[in-house]
Design a protein around this ligand. Structure first.
Ligand code: PMP
Length: 329
């Protein structure tokens, strides 16, 4: 049964994430990363899911038989399924066939329903499909993460204010973020600019699909960002600079973050750190650059991120020692 009055305790675990200084200090580079992978479903999207659903409840937009319907690359679907499970709503997620299997499994595990679509025109295909479904059935409630101003607002009033309280001396010289819906980049960008007008807001995008730089969209390997179009929220972001990061660089950095620093995060986090490093080198010693660690590594087991570790397993199982140990009683 949907509960409108009290907030289920799991939803209080969302937000108030730590801000970690990454270990680049010997190069006199100060990079701080918001540990959004610590949210209860494992990504920054828990913030948006809780905010939009609670706003809809407060404004009478959700009824007991409502079905939350959204098109998403996966993380928003997992977050909406978590909030839906906690509050007792049905959740239906439209996902591109290219999204990783871990994301589909997590949505189903949380009781969400999934419809897969062929991403002939990137996310746009799924967004159109969701609109059509909502026109034919009034039970559907569409969070509309790509255009909903509540998305950026939540980061402006939540994520960014947390960052501004946590960063040493409350000083941010640059804020770096990729964009999926653009909620993080636009919301945090706005609040950080307001607090520090000289701060540089940097949009990171895949080198293979750098649409903000006027290039054509194309396939890339940084899941969760740059879905083939520039979302409306990004058009209103106070962007000072754009940095391109290739999928290969992002992958290598994500693997380094795990193997050298113990940070189990996804590829868009690695890409953010690549761009933050570039920015810190540009600004010079002691400039304080803030970025986001968006989600957890575990939801990328089936992707290239874990290929290196799969090679190690294959090597071990074909070695005499490993095969002996398998056969031992
Ligand atoms: N990284 C990952 C892994 C994501 O799933 C998303 C959201 N799709 C983002 C980054 C970008 O967040 P936003 O939608 O706020 O731009």
């Amino acid at each position: 049964m949907p509960s409108f009055s009290t907030r289920p305790p799991v939803l209080d675990l969302i937000g108030q994430t730590p801000l970690l200084e990454l270990p680049f200090r010997k190069e006199r580079l100060r990079i701080f990363a918001k540990a959004e992978f610590l949210n209860p479903s494992g990504s920054i999207k828990d913030r948006l899911a809780r905010h939009i659903i609670e706003h809809a409840e407060e404004n009478g937009m959700l009824q007991r038989d409502s079905i939350i319907l959204e098109c998403t690359s996966g993380n928003t679907g997992i977050s909406l399924s978590l909030v839906g499970a906690a509050k007792g709503y049905r959740v239906k997620i439209l996902m591109s066939r290219t999204a990783s299997i871990e994301r589909r499994n997590l949505i189903r595990h949380l009781g969400g329903e999934i419809e897969l679509f062929e991403p002939t025109q990137g996310y746009a295909t799924g967004i159109h499909l969701a609109q059509q479904m909502a026109e034919n059935d009034s039970r559907y409630f569409l969070p509309r993460q790509f255009e909903n101003p509540l998305n950026a607002e939540d980061h402006e009033r939540g994520t960014a204010l947390e960052i501004l309280r946590q960063v040493p001396g409350q000083r941010v010289d640059a804020f770096v973020s990729g964009y999926g819906t653009g909620g993080t980049l636009t919301g945090c960008g706005r609040a950080i600019k307001r607090a520090h007008p000289s701060a540089c807001v940097v949009a990171m995008e895949p080198a293979e699909s750098a649409m903000l730089s006027g290039e054509m969209p194309c396939c890339h390997g940084i899941e969760g960002i740059a879905g083939g179009f520039v979302p409306p929220l990004v058009l209103s972001a106070p962007i000072d600079q754009r940095i391109k990061v290739s999928s290969e660089e992002a992958l290598t950095m994500t693997q380094r973050l795990a193997a050298e620093y113990g940070l189990l995060v996804g590829t868009s986090s690695g890409a953010n750190v690549c761009a933050a490093l570039q920015m810190a080198r540009m600004l010079g010693p002691d400039a304080q650059v803030v970025t986001i660690l968006c989600d957890r590594a575990e939801r990328y087991y089936s992707t290239r991120l874990f290929e290196a570790s799969r090679h190690v397993d294959a090597f071990e199982s074909s070695s005499p020692v490993a095969s002996n140990s398998v056969g031992m009683p």
